[in-house]
Each structure stands twice: as structure tokens, then as C-alpha cells.
Design a protein around this ligand. Structure first.
Ligand SMILES: [Zn+2]
Length: 704
């Protein structure tokens, strides 16, 4: 959930800039030709930092020529000479963009960041050159108006509609002066959003807390102490312990450290990132971003960024989102208040006279969990060795759909932590290639995500199967211990793998419609549904083996996990939904008056009745989901999709078999294979036979 799903609409983010690209004769630039590798994976071993910029420039040049030829084609517009031409244009640019932006998130460097800053405004301008090209827009418009008479199949109609809407939403129907204004806004916006992310990464990496006194580590599990010692050693301070604001480092401190000051210090360091008056401060950047987004919405005829953004989702309007959130927020907050009182009681019993604060919540929740369910995260971690969990994840897909996973050892990778798997169907045919890249490093953004490296599509009758990556930031193996995941990490791995399946199993013709290129509030269904299998005893017994003894997790421990699954859900949902509400409050702004970010946030929290013992999951200055772009007025999507996933999993449970082959098949055919080739609600109802019902979610979360 805190998992960021990186979503690059490359096919539509395409884009033109006649900047003279150096005539690139260098035949050794691997981007210049289709990758001549097995399974069409990028030749990571041959790509050099100097290859990107020439490939971007040449890619933009070639794509511009293709766009011009569509615009200047004297023939009457047809689906083939306009839409299909555009859809399959810009191959070089797609090749370099997808590799570059994947690595810019997963394995960046100062040089890569510099290229990103240089190329991003050019790509935005290129995108504008396509979507603000009036000759092309007139052709698309004509086709759209005549769509009923063109003899198109369902997928083609959907593609035509998508192009038409993209043009309208990009400002194609504006006059010349407005178009120029929009271009300027887009350019400034993409730079500001990029700066926001770079500030968050810089500030996250900059923070180091060295503990020098062993006394201060009281309460921490040995594995956490060892990892912190390793970190300190790597930072050339042997004999000390290093904690950072990476979640894998500070969350265990919040859960277990008896040192209240240390807990407070780390939580405050995490929650005040980019909120200090220094060069990484994002408060002013937020103002810039919001002002530009409001201006853009107005220009395109919408009253707020939220109305503009939501017009292109399943939810459709801000009112629908707010009324949806309200339905879940009230029971969540009520539950959180009950939980807070329980924790306070625990503190009172200690007789220190302390009042529950945000840095106490995790610690006492952990104690309460132990008291109520006798479940301690450290008890279960030895059963969650990374490799074993991954086997469980793959095995679930084998059991549901017959998919096979074969590790490939001699494939080119961009970092030694990356592993490559060939995925095949039950009949042996190729589904696609999956990369996993699970450990944190300074060159990687925080969080977890899935991304396409190569899209699936069919061109001239030949099918391209996809190449997909799953990235995470799980605890690294230490010198004497393998990577042992937390329960949250386990869910995350299942979650990202769900996105991967959506990308892998897709069967579409057009890349703009294939895989995860769906409406944003539908995209989390395939990921979140996979989390349902993670801790089912039937699944646990296939992968939860003790890393030392090889023994399967005892039944009592499995039961404890499942009994405690509703534990602390008031807190979790309150943290999550308050972030959704903060997001909506920003994006429902109707004017460009300057905002005092901290005051705005405080006012929003007061308005929704937030309790002081919980801090919103993301405070504004590091709320990347919404200020980087991808999930603006969209953080609600996680909960929206959760209604769908709980209801969809219910379809399995109703049969008494969580691996029911008929239900699995229906989910694959109607959801996982379909991409955006049809309306998502239509697809969902075809799978389920009825509308989604929120009941299953409230029950699962223990809110009802
Ligand atoms: Zn996701």
C-alpha cells in the first residue's frame, strides 16, 4: 500500500523537439537498433551512461518525423493511417525511455539524475508537440466522430477513444495562445515534480543516526542490531550502530526500542523530511506544483485539479471520491480511537504517567499484539527467507493458473542483486520475463514497485511478449543471516507480483491498452488481490520454512498470524485514509493563492477529526505519490481497489476453495489478460457476475 506503483504511460507520454540530435553513427549505442538479445531484454551489460542522451535525441527526432508524416499525409484519415501509425511510432524513444526511467528509479547516479533533469522538459515538450498538433487532432476528431461507421473491433474503438480523450485532455481543442500557455505550464510542472522527488531522495539519504552506546539499543531484536552494526561498518564507523530513515531501518526501532527518545528522534526525522528550511525543502515546491496544476485545470475547463484528473478514472468526480472515503473514514477513525485507548491503558499500567504519542503507537501496539495474540514479528521472520517467500509467490501463480518459473542465470542485469525468471504457461508457451530486485541501496528510491521494461503488443501479426521488473527494499542479507522478511514485506512481495502478473498475462494488440495501462483506480486490483493468499495456511505451508531448520511454520503460529490480521487496523486505515483526504484537499483547491503547507495540513487534519496520536501516512513535503505526479487526487485508489479486491477474493472463498480453478480462470480471462481494452467496471462485472460490494472490505479490516 505504501508501495508505489510506478506507472509510465510511455505509449502516451510520447512526445518532439527539433533540437539537432548529433548524427549518431555510433553503431555501438545499443539503443539505436532493436535489442538483439534473447527474449528482447535490454543488453544492460553493454549500456553506457553516454548512450542515453544521444539515443533520447535521436529517438525524439525519429518520432517527430513519424508524427509529421501522419500529420502531412494527404490521404483521407483512417484508423490504420492515423491511430495505428501513431500507436506503433517512436520505437527508439520507447526503448531508451523505458530502460532509462526504470534505472533512474532503481539504480540511479548523479549522472543519471542530471540526464533526467535535462531530458524531462524535452520529453514533455515533445509530448506537447504531438498532442497539440492541430493537423493530427483534426484527423483523430474526424475518426472519433465517425467511429460507429468504421467497422472497428472493441479494442480498436477503445484505442480510438483513448487517443481522442488524450488529445482533449492535453489541450488540443484550445486556441493557439492557450496552447502556448499550457506548454509552459507542463514544462514547469515536470521540472518541479522532478525536483520534489530528488529532494526526497537526497534528504532520505542524508540522514544518519549513529548510536554509540549499547544501552540505547535495549529492546531491539538481535537481527536489527546486527543490521545496524553492518550499516555502521559500511559507513566506516565500526563498533557503532547506524539507523536511517529507510523504513527497513527505523520501523523496527519504532516497534521494539525501549528508548523512547530514540523512537521519537527517528520518527521525527522521517516525518520532517524536506520540511526544514534548507536546499531540500519541498514546501515551496508544493506551492509551485499546486499553482501550476490549478492553472492547468482551469485552462482545460475544470474547476480544480481533482475534477480534471478524476474525469479520467472509474470514480469520475471528486464528490464520488469524497463520499466513498467518508464511508470508510468514519468506521476507521472510530476504531483507531478504541485502539488508542487500549494502548493508553497499557502505558498507564507501566505507571510512568506518559501520554500516548505517535512514537509510542508502534511500540505499544507490538506489546499488545504479543499480549493478545502472543505474536511477535521476530517469531515469524525466520520463516520468511526472501527466496522461500518468492517461491511461495510463484507457487501461488502455479496453483492458480499453471504458470511456471525458471531462473535464468546468464542474462544481462543492471545490478548484481537482480535475478531473472522466464515465465511460461501450462502448455510451455512463453508468457514473459520477470526481473526481481529486492534489496535497498542508496541508488534506489524507497518503496516497492513494478514496471514494464518491454510492453506486450502484436504488430504485423507478430507478438512481443513483455519484460517486467519487481523492485523492493527488503532487509538485506547480513554476513551470517539471509534476508528475512517482515509480514509487511511478504504482503508487499505478493502485491508487486500481482502487478507483474497483470503486466505478464496480458493479451492485447496495442501497447497503450496492454497490461497495467488501465484506469488508475483499477490498477491496484490485480496487486491487492494477491495479498489475500499470502498468509492463508494452505499457502504458508508451501513456503514458510525456518531458514535454519527447514521446518515448516507450526500450525499455531499460522493461526496466530491469521487471528491477528484484524489487529491495529483502525490505525492502519486511519493513517492511510488521512493521506487520501489530504491528497483530495490539495487537489480540490480552486484557486492559486499561496499555501502555508504546514498550516494547510494542520487545518485538513482538524477538519477530518484526526487524532493526535497518529501522523498522516505521508506528510506533504515527502508525499511523493501525489506531488511527483502519479497518484495526485488518486491516493484513494488503493482503498477503492481494496473494495474490488476484497470482493473478488470473496468469489474464491464462496466456493470453499481459494484456488478454485473456474474462478481463477475467470479472473485471468476477464481481468488479467484484458488490460484497458474494455471499460473496467464491465470487465469486473463479467468476472464477478455482479457489482462490487464494500461489505467484504469492512469485515476483513475488522471495521464492521
Ligand atoms: Zn500497487
Amino acid at each position: 500500500m505504501k508501495r508505489l506503483f510506478l506507472f509510465m504511460l510511455l505509449a502516451t507520454v510520447l512526445i518532439a523537439c527539433n533540437k539537432t540530435a548529433k548524427k549518431n553513427a555510433d553503431s555501438d549505442n545499443p539503443f539505436m537498433k532493436p535489442f538483439a538479445t534473447k527474449y528482447d531484454v535490454p543488453p544492460f551489460d553493454q549500456i553506457k551512461i553516454g548512450d542515453y542522451m544521444p539515443a533520447f535525441e535521436e529517438g525524439i527526432k525519429q518520432h517527430t518525423a513519424e508524427i509529421d508524416s501522419v500529420a502531412n499525409d494527404a490521404a483521407a484519415p483512417t484508423f490504420a493511417n492515423v491511430i495505428e501509425k501513431l500507436e506503433f511510432s517512436g520505437e527508439l524513444l520507447k526503448r531508451v525511455s523505458s530502460v532509462f526511467f526504470n534505472l533512474n528509479s532503481a539504480n540511479t547516479s548523479p549522472e543519471m539524475d542530471k540526464i533526467a533533469s535535462d531530458i524531462t522538459p524535452k520529453l514533455t515538450a515533445h509530448n506537447d508537440n504531438l498532442y497539440l498538433n492541430d493537423k493530427i487532432f483534426q484527423k483523430v476528431k474526424k475518426l472519433y466522430e465517425e467511429r460507429a461507421t468504421l467497422g472497428l473491433n472493441a479494442e480498436q474503438s477503445r484505442l480510438l477513444e483513448k487517443y481522442y480523450k488524450n488529445f482533449i485532455r492535453s489541450g488540443a481543442a484550445l486556441n493557439e495562445q492557450q496552447k502556448a500557455e499550457l506548454r509552459e505550464i507542463n514544462k514547469e510542472l515536470s521540472s518541479a515534480e522532478l525536483l520534489f522527488t530528488q529532494n526526497v531522495l537526497a534528504e532520505t539519504n542524508a540522514y544518519q543516526k549513529f548510536v554509540t552506546n549499547k544501552e540505547d539499543l535495549k529492546g531491539l531484536p538481535q537481527s536489527v542490531i546486527d543490521a545496524a552494526a553492518d550499516e555502521a561498518k559500511a559507513a566506516k564507523k565500526e563498533g557503532q550502530w547506524l539507523f536511517t530513515v529507510q523504513k527497513s531501518s527505523f520501523i523496527p526501532v519504532l516497534q521494539y526500542s525501549e528508548n523512547r527518545e530514540l523512537r521519537k528522534e527517528l520518527l521525527m526525522a522521517y516525518t520532517t523530511r524536506c520540511n526544514h528550511d534548507n536546499k531540500n525543502d519541498n514546501k515551496q515546491v508544493i506551492n509551485t506544483i499546486m499553482k501550476l496544476r490549478v492553472k492547468k485545470a482551469h485552462l482545460l475547463g475544470f474547476e480544480s485539479p481533482a475534477s480534471f484528473i478524476l474525469d479520467n478514472t472509474m470514480a469520475k468526480t471528486p464528490e464520488n471520491v469524497m463520499s466513498f472515503l467518508d464511508k470508510v473514514w468514519k468506521p476507521a477513525l472510530a476504531k483507531a480511537k478504541v485502539e488508542a485507548a487500549e494502548l493508553q491503558k497499557l502505558m498507564d499500567a507501566e505507571g510512568k504517567g506518559e501520554k500516548l504519542e505517535p512514537w509510542d503507537w508502534w511500540f505499544y501496539a507490538e506489546k499488545l499484539r504479543k499480549q493478545k495474540y502472543d505474536l511477535d514479528e521476530e517469531q515469524v521472520r525466520p520463516y520468511f527467507k526472501m527466496e522461500n517467500v518468492r517461491k511461495g509467490v510463484f507457487g501461488t501463480a502455479t496453483k492458480l493458473w499453471g504458470l511456471q518459473f525458471q531462473k535464468l542465470d546468464s542474462m544481462p542485469v543492471y545490478h548484481p542483486d537482480v535475478e531473472v525468471f522466464k515465465v511460461t504457461d501450462k502448455d510451455g508457451s512463453l508468457i514473459g520475463i520477470l526481473y526481481t530486485d529486492y534489496y535497498p541501496r542508496a541508488s534506489k528510491n524507497s518503496g516497492a514497485w513494478m514496471n514494464n521494461i518491454v510492453d506486450q503488443y502484436i504488430k504485423n501479426g507478430k507478438e512481443q511478449r513483455p519484460v517486467i521488473v519487481n523492485v523492493g527494499n527488503f532487509t538485506k542479507p547480513t554476513s551470517d543471516k539471509p534476508s528475512l522478511l517482515t509480514m509487511d514485506d511478504v504482503s508487499t512481495m505478493f502485491h508487486e507480483f500481482g502487478h507483474a502478473l497483470h503486466g505478464l498475462l496480458t493479451k492485447c494488440t496495442y501497447p497503450s491498452l496492454s497490461g497495467t495501462s488501465v484506469k488508475r483506480d483499477f490498477v491496484e486490483l490485480p496487486s491487492q488481490i494477491m495479498e489475500n493468499w499470502a498468509f492463508e495456511p494452505e499457502v504458508l505451508k508451501t513456503y514458510a520454512f525456518h531458514y535454519k531448520t527447514g521446518e515448516v511454520m507450526p500450525k499455531e503460529l499460522m493461526d496466530k498470524i491469521n487471528n491477528s490480521s484484524k489487529f491495529n487496523q483502525g490505525f492502519t486505515m486511519t493513517e492511510l485514509l488521512s493521506a487520501s483526504l489530504l491528497d483530495m484537499n490539495y487537489h480540490m483547491l480552486k484557486d492559486t493563492t499561496a499555501i502555508d503547507v504546514n498550516a494547510f495540513e494542520k487545518k485538513t487534519m482538524e477538519k477530518i477529526g484526526m487524532i493526535p496520536q497518529i501522523i498522516v501516512r505521508y506528510r506533504s513535503p515527502y508525499f511523493k505519490h501525489i506531488f511527483e505526479g502519479g497518484y495526485s487526487a488518486g491516493y484513494y485508489s488503493y482503498t477503492w481497489a481494496e473494495v474490488l479486491d476484497a470482493d473478488a477474493f470473496q468469489a474464491f472463498k464462496e466456493t470453499g476453495d481459494i484456488f478454485n480453478p473456474k474462478v481463477a480462470e475467470a479472473f485471468r480471462r476477464n481481468v488479467l489478460e484484458k488490460g484497458d481494452s474494455e471499460d473496467p467496471m464491465t470487465l469486473y462485472k463479467r468476472f464477478r457476475g455482479k457489482d462490487p460490494n464494500p461489505e467484504a472490505l469492512l469485515i476483513r479490516r475488522g471495521l464492521k
